[in-house]
Each structure stands twice: as structure tokens, then as C-alpha cells.
Design a protein around this ligand. Sequence first.
Ligand SMILES: [Fe+2]
Length: 406
Amino acid sequence: MTTNIKKIPVHELKLGMYLTGFEGGWFASPFWSSRFKLVNADDLRLALSSGLKECWIDTNLGLDIETPTAVVQYEIAVVQAAVQNRNRSALTLDEELINAAGLCKTARQLIISMFSDARLGKVMDTSICTGLVDDIVCSVERHPGALISLSRLKAGDDYTYMHSVAVCALMVALAKAMKLPINDVREAGLSGLLHDIGKAKIPLEILNKPSTLSEEEFATIKRHPEHGFDALLNGGVSDRVRQVCLHHHERMDGCGYPHKQAGKAILLMARMAAVCDVYDAVTSNRPYKRGWDPADALAKMISWKGHFDPKVLSAFIEVVGIYPIGSLVRLKSEKLAVVVEQNRNSYTRPWVKIFYCAASACVLPAELVDLANTNDDYVVGSEDRERFPSEVIEKLWAGNLAVKST
Ligand SMILES: [Fe+2]
């Protein structure tokens, strides 16, 4: 179907119209999705009270401004029925994992091309990120664990790119948990995606060096926040996104870099990025080190006094749970499983992928189980990851969904 886009005053919006955007762009929109049919009175009220003056509608996909009253009445009845049936968790977790795998692939390609532009000194065009961040926000809203789990899987030189996707997903989930307004949630996601863009200016042999960095090499790496801030100067992002690039390595005690900012002088979103960045970094496998178990990582991060904002870290723990996504756990049934999604009503009954029976030392066909819906099985504790090669664990629970470098 062809499109027929029309600009109308926001106060003329009505149920049944297909909204395609607001004057002022993506960040001005009060909605999660940038293109959708207005099917609910609350959404209409939100649009009318947004303070925005003009918007665009597609009259081939929804009502026009001059649609006769009878048609409007009919459409309202149809859309109200749709509201009854609308379910934000329309995808099952299995379906969401497949969707998230696709998002990871798209995000990886997009980040690679942005790094390539930054390396060549081209002006960054971040507008291509907005649709992707929208999709990531929707995925995290439906099943936060899916994208967070899959983006933990990183292969070799892909680390920098997939780390950006992981921090993006974690930032979105954290911003939502902190009940930030939707525009801030989007900006948190975009900040996560771009926070390390300055690494494009670091020579690859230093960035991907598999052994310990020399003092000089480390000093080179530590310049990436300033490189990122500069690279995004005309990149179409807000000053806040650039500030996250510049300050995500600052620490609450003033011992971070590049400006040794301390406490609340550090932008809230940069304090959030510091937590998400370190968590993903320490839990990721690298060619030269095995990633920490997520539960151990949280325990260590809590013990590092002066590093993180305690309130932000508490909210983050709420997001990832006491058995965080990716943790290897032992169930009461003596089966081993990897946590793939939290259950807010019971932290000992998350969604897990069971893959091994410790009692019989047998590998089981990977099975997704919602422990909240089982009568007699639950997590009894963390399991030692050293017993299994990490690739084996990842292969067993993620199957072929991990994004491969090509
Ligand atoms: Fe960084």
C-alpha cells in the first residue's frame, strides 16, 4: 500500500488515525513507537496534552482529518476492540529471543558502519540509530532479558560492537526501572549505543590487544571519551548524549577520567552508563579472560566503594536480579540452567534455560522453563561456571541465536 502522509495540527488528532511522527522529531514524541495507529484513548490524551503543535498522519493506514462522522464512530468501535486485545507482551519469550537475535545483528552492522565513519573522520549521522533504539526499547519493554542475554555473547574482535548493543539494552532497562520519562529512556539507549564511539579513533592493535596494555597504550585508550565527544559534535545528538560519551569513566570519588568529576557533578545518565558499562565489561568473555559470573560481578561492584552511585547501582540490581541474566544456577531438581529472564514476583523463580542434569551428569535438550509456573522447582544457588567451558554453556542455552562475526 502506498503512503499518503499529511501534516495536521495535533489538536485535530482522533482515534483511528495512523500517526507517523511529530514536528520536533523522534525525541519530541511522547510515545514508545514512532509509527502506529491511535487505538487507545490514553494515547490520544497523551498526544493532545504533549504541548506539541503539529504531527504527521498516513491517511492510507488510518482515518483522514475529513473522515465522515459515521466512519469515525465505526473506527472508534474497531480500535476500542483492538485495545481490549492489545497485549504489550504479544511475543512469547522464545519469540522475543529470536527477535532480539535479529536486533543484535542489525545493531552490530549499524555500529560497525558508524565506527567506520568515525574512523574516517566523516560527520556522524546518528539519525539511522533512532529506529533501532525504538525497536530496542520495545523489545526491552516486552522481555528485558532477551536482548540483555544475547548481547552478552561476544566473539573476538566483535567485542566493542556488541558491548555497545549490550550497554544500550542495559541503559534502556535501567532508565525504565528508574521511571525516567520516555524521552530520557530513548536518550539513555542512544547514549549506551554510542558511549564508546570514541574507540573508533584508537588503533585496532591496541583496542583488540589480547595481552596487558603498556602504560602508554592505556593512556591512548583513556582518550576515547574525548574522541567520542568530539566525533559527535555535528552528529545530530543532544549535548547529554555527548556528555555520556565524555563522562562514562568518571567515578563518584573523583578518581575517574578524563575530568575527575565527583558525585552529583557527574551527569545522572553518565553515572548510569558507568554501571552498565562496567557490568557488561566484567561479565563478558574476552580472548584473554573468562567473564565473571553475573552474580559475582554484582557482589564485587557493590564492594568497590566510591566507584558507582549507590542509588543507581541499587536500581541496576533491581533490573538484573539476584541471579542476573546469564547466571549459571542449580535448581532444587539438581538440574543446571542459565537465567534468561527475571520474574519480578519471585527472584528465585526466574525464566531459565535448563540444559544439564547434575545428578545423572547428562546433557539435556535445552528447554525454556518459567519457574514461576512450576510447582516444585526453583533456584537454590549459583553454580560454579568453571566446570563448563563458557562456549559450551552459551551454545547450550542460546543455540544458534548468538550473533556471529562474519
Ligand atoms: Fe568507555
